[in-house]
Design a binder for this molecule. Structure first.
Ligand SMILES: Cc1cc2nc3c(=O)[nH]c(=O)nc-3n(C[C@H](O)[C@H](O)[C@H](O)COP(=O)(O)OP(=O)(O)OC[C@H]3O[C@@H](n4cnc5c(N)ncnc54)[C@H](O)[C@@H]3O)c2cc1C
Length: 497
């Protein structure tokens, strides 16, 4: 998340540096895909073609597992990966693809199978292009908030900074050093993700299989296994994972004597430890990503949640640093992101509840499977997993307000997102006399205006994180003036109505 945040801060004009304790990028298996808000965040910064290329490469390696759109086809309606709930795979044929919120977000659908490692490489290139230094092999070991800045102790010596954001993962040192509590629910399982050579693959079923000990999945790539075992969390999560660990767990969960002969990638081990920071901010110290919340990786939400945090925080902190942030802007970060984090935590807790091996959980799983076997049930789950259901509680009664901006195609063939590569607010003005654009000139430098042929919505103001701050279907600019004052601060000159 540190890379996304660093890029957003740099785009807002802040001077930023990333401290990373690892000397080299991580190579272990983590997130395999991204959701719609993450894909659209990449899209808004001009990174969609690179992400689509990653997906094409993945699909070539994995084989078809969903249909990928042709390069450049931003309107492909069926390039969709629906995901699963506790291993119950959602059937794309049951999804109501005409659901207005789902149908409004297809342009970035060509970038869903973007694994974390490839995403991090792409982001590293992005931040390098923005001139952000990434200091590898430097660990944060202490911090002192002096009220007007933060003195940070590192293994490379002290660093003085105006603000410190801990994007340092679930075991966050920054969270601990800032004294921020991390309440939640304790873990009860051990999960593994690995790519292995299997001597006798016929002993395992493809897809997800449940048992009284937990559940396992084989595929979609050859040798890829995921295991969930209700055996309490590991005593020491820092010990390296061996082939024997993975094999023993897989044998217990599958009830077979399957033999694994080699590990093909650095495996990962995880638990269902589920917690959320009591505060995302303490003075000049903030948290984002896993540092602010941890939960099991079911349903593939953690990375997306962190990207959402970083996009939300980046422009707000950037505005504070630049000096034009309206009163209280930074505090809206916690207010807006906490409910999304809490939802993801409950979404994963619900999956653990139906995954347990006891008869009651198996019965509940049957009920959920029945519901997910319906069009409404699958559509509900896809709305949740894809992120199209997310809404920030903002003032305004237009249905777009608080939602991620939909695909807004313009008369010249471009999309509104194409105009946001440099960050900042985007104002779409479709009034016949350009009244909205005229008003926004008072906030020059903070708002980029795009004019278009007359159509509805007649005006849309999109925040740098892609959330619609204001929209309307008339030419009345009163709501726009309010939204500009609320989000973009004091105008640089007197607004012209
Ligand atoms: C098996 C598995 C599968 C997953 N699948 C998915 C999925 O499909 N979809 C999804 O969205 N998410 C998934 N996730 C979750 C996702 O990987 C995490 O949510 C994501 O990595 C969080 O990113 P982050 O930047 O907040 O933290 P991290 O990725 O943990 O990065 C934190 C960084 O901070 C560095 N650091 C730590 N301490 C210090 C310090 N003191 N000083 C300096 N640097 C420090 C670390 O070296 C690390 O590079 C999965 C996770 C696992 C384990």
């Amino acid at each position: 998340m540190g890379l996304v945040l660093a890029a957003e801060l740099a785009l807002s004009g802040a001077s930023v540096r990333v401290l990373e304790r690892l000397a080299e990028p991580e190579t272990s298996l983590k997130a395999q895909g991204i959701n719609m808000p993450t894909a659209e965040a990449l899209d808004r910064r001009g990174l969609l073609p690179a992400a689509e290329q990653v997906q094409r490469d993945v699909l070539e390696r994995v084989g078809t597992y969903g249909r990928a759109p042709e390069p450049g086809d931003r309107r492909a309606p069926d390039a969709r990966f629906t995901g699963h709930f506790a291993g119950m795979v959602l059937d794309p044929d049951l999804v109501d693809w005409a659901d207005p919120d789902i149908a409004a977000h297809t342009a970035a659908a060509g970038a869903r199978m973007v694994p974390q490692r490839e995403l991090e490489a792409l982001l590293a290139e992005h931040v390098a292009g923005l001139g952000v230094p990434v200091h590898r092999g430097v660990e944060v070991t202490g911090l002192h908030d002096t009220g007007d800045g933060v003195l940070v102790d590192t293994t490379d010596g002290p660093v003085r900074t105006g603000w410190l954001v801990g994007c340092d993962g679930g075991h966050s040192a920054v969270r601990r050093l800032a004294g921020i509590a991390f309440p939640g629910t304790a873990p009860e399982l051990t999960g593994y993700q690995a790519v292995v050579d299997i001597a006798d693959p016929e002993k395992l079923a493809n897809g997800w299989t449940w048992s009284s000990a937990g559940a396992y999945r084989c595929g979609p790539q050859p040798g890829r296994v995921a295991i969930v075992e209700f055996d309490d969390p590991p005593a020491d999560r820092s010990t390296p994972i061996t082939l024997e660990d993975v094999q023993a767990s897989l044998r217990r969960v599958s009830g077979t004597d399957v033999t694994l002969t080699a590990l093909r990638a650095t495996p990962t081990r995880w638990t269902d430890n589920t917690r959320q920071a009591a505060a995302y901010r303490s003075g000049r110290v903030l948290l984002a990503g896993d540092a602010a919340h941890v939960h099991p990786p079911f349903g593939g939400q953690g990375l997306n949640l962190g990207v959402g945090d970083a996009m939300n925080l980046g422009w707000k902190l950037g505005a504070v640093v630049a000096g034009w942030a309206p009163e209280g802007l930074l505090d809206t970060y916690d207010v807006e992101r906490r409910p999304v984090g809490a939802w993801v935590m409950d979404w994963t807790r619900g999956q653990i509840a139906v995954l347990r091996g006891d008869l009651k959980s198996a019965a509940l799983r049957g009920v959920v499977a029945d519901l997910l076997g319906t069009r409404d049930g699958t559509t509900y789950a896809v709305r949740k997993i894809s992120g199209v259901d997310q809404r920030v509680d903002l003032p305004g009664d237009h249905p777009l307000v608080g939602r991620h901006a939909p695909d807004l195609w313009l008369a010249d063939g471009s999309r509104l997102a194409d105009h946001g590569h440099g960050g900042g607010f985007l104002l779409l003005d479709r009034t016949p006399d350009g009244g909205f654009a005229r008003l926004a000139t008072a906030w020059a430098g903070r708002v980029t205006t795009v004019t278009d042929d007359h159509a509805t919505p007649t005006g849309v103001l999109v925040r740098p994180d892609g959330v619609v701050a204001w929209a309307c279907d008339t030419t009345d600019s009163a709501g726009l003036a309010d939204a500009l004052h609320r989000w973009t601060g004091t105008p640089v000159r007197e607004p012209v109505g």
